[in-house]
Design a binder for this molecule. Sequence first.
Ligand code: ZN
Ligand code: ZN
Length: 560
Amino acid sequence: MKKLLPIFLLWSISASVLVAQTCNPHPKLVVGIVVDQMRFDYLERYKEKYGEGGFKRILGGGFSFKNAHFDYVPTETAPGHSSIYTGTTPSVHGIIGNSWFDRYQNKSVENIEDPAVLLVGTAQPATRGASPVNLRAETITDQLRWGSNFHSKVISVSFKDRGAILPGGHTPTGAYWLDTQTSPGYFVTSSYYTDAVPPWVSKFNALGKGNDYLDRTWNTLYPIETYTESAPDNNSYETILPGKSSPTFPYDFKAMRKDFQAAGNEYQLLWMSPWGNTMLTEFAEEAITSEQLGKGEATDMLCISYSVTDVMGHSFGPQSVEVEDIYLRLDQDLAGLMEFLDEQVGKDEYVLFLTADHGVVPVISQLDAYGIPSGIIPSNLYKDSLDQYLRARFGKKPWIQFFGHEYLYLNHFLIEHSEGADLEEIQEASAEFLRNLPNIRYALTASELQEEEYTDGVRRLMQHGFYPKRSGDVFLAYDPGFMVSYNPKATAKDIRGTGHGTAYNYDTQVPILWYGKSIPHGTSARQVHTTDIASSLAVLLDLQMPSGATQEPLLELFEK
Ligand code: ZN
Ligand code: ZN
């Protein structure tokens, strides 16, 4: 005889099935994309040449914040990725730069440096490691893992170690980045996460894609004369790559490879290849398939950080044909990735956000040529003159321990053991002296940064970038258009290529784009910050906000 299920049980089964099938408000997968060094204007400037499936698809169906900024200095890669994923600034998460001076070790340390671990998956035995131990706050990826009791998977990939490690947080399923020092362009991880890379990673590495991509010649995607959005290809503002005699197309990687081979860093060329972004996209797609991202009950997350854009931006600057072409090709990679997501995860089943870790300063010599105020800060000269001043005023002792891009570190041990010497007094005297040097806009002491509250302008960004245990005694900011040079003889006219790190809009303004399940279509000109991304994701996924995140989700995303 057929046994009937009690009626309440039937009801509860059908109700829970119903809930799972129709009411799950969460996407199956969140894809976070950081394009290293992408300024906001690249979205609009190259628009005519973008295809329909990449940036234009995101803009056409998703939401664009047109006035989005970083809210601290220095605008560098490690603080950028950390701030996006923790939802807070270096003053809380502690990643105050790509590197910083450690006064106890008396040397500079890298953001992801970790002597307790080793790289895993390299071709040659590794001698160094990397991990997120220096990141002192939770990421949204940590929250996703904890919030799902580790049912959600988090995979983070990049060419740069910091581009993969910091977004992945402290508890990812996996974080992988490109190793060109001990491997022929392998994706590797570290013993912080695991003792061996999964088989799909080894399999991908064994394909030798790095070799294939290096045997190509880079020509512009479209006829070069149509690149009217950029300066002429041959100009004095761009870096000439090793193995080249001018900064011009075509780039014959097969030929350039020989020069790099002679220098023992052949695979480093991958960082300068537009196919570097393609290779990373292929690796990300392999991660989706092999780790079955978006296939489980809980929301998964994939973090991708494209690094080639940064390397090329440094070499050629934001007005170059090279950078334009890199973005047109990245646009194609994005289109392919989204098509892949449509098929693998489902067209309306994922959410994607795209932003950058910082922008970039126009090339100083190019600004100079057009009469826009610009120049260089001769850092070594400034250090020497401060040293002389402090010796004359406080006695002939080496008061300066380290003088970097943004920070002066005084010798605390010496000051403590010198009779009559007072740290605060020497800090103030140093700041006063530096403030009067040409093109130094602000010189704030550690005491000021801890006691005052700056509510707007550059000083607010400095305060947000200040982390007492790692930052120095005096924090410097320069005039707009100025960058540090360690070559005392350099003039603005000599500068080829560029950098980033300042508090000005060319460095702070980046895209924040959202696309996919439940994301409305529209744009906003409201001033928002990259630190708002993490709390927005927390709201979107009904998670507790990461420990330090600003409680300011992007409300436009939730308006119906
Ligand atoms: Zn960067
Ligand atoms: Zn950079």
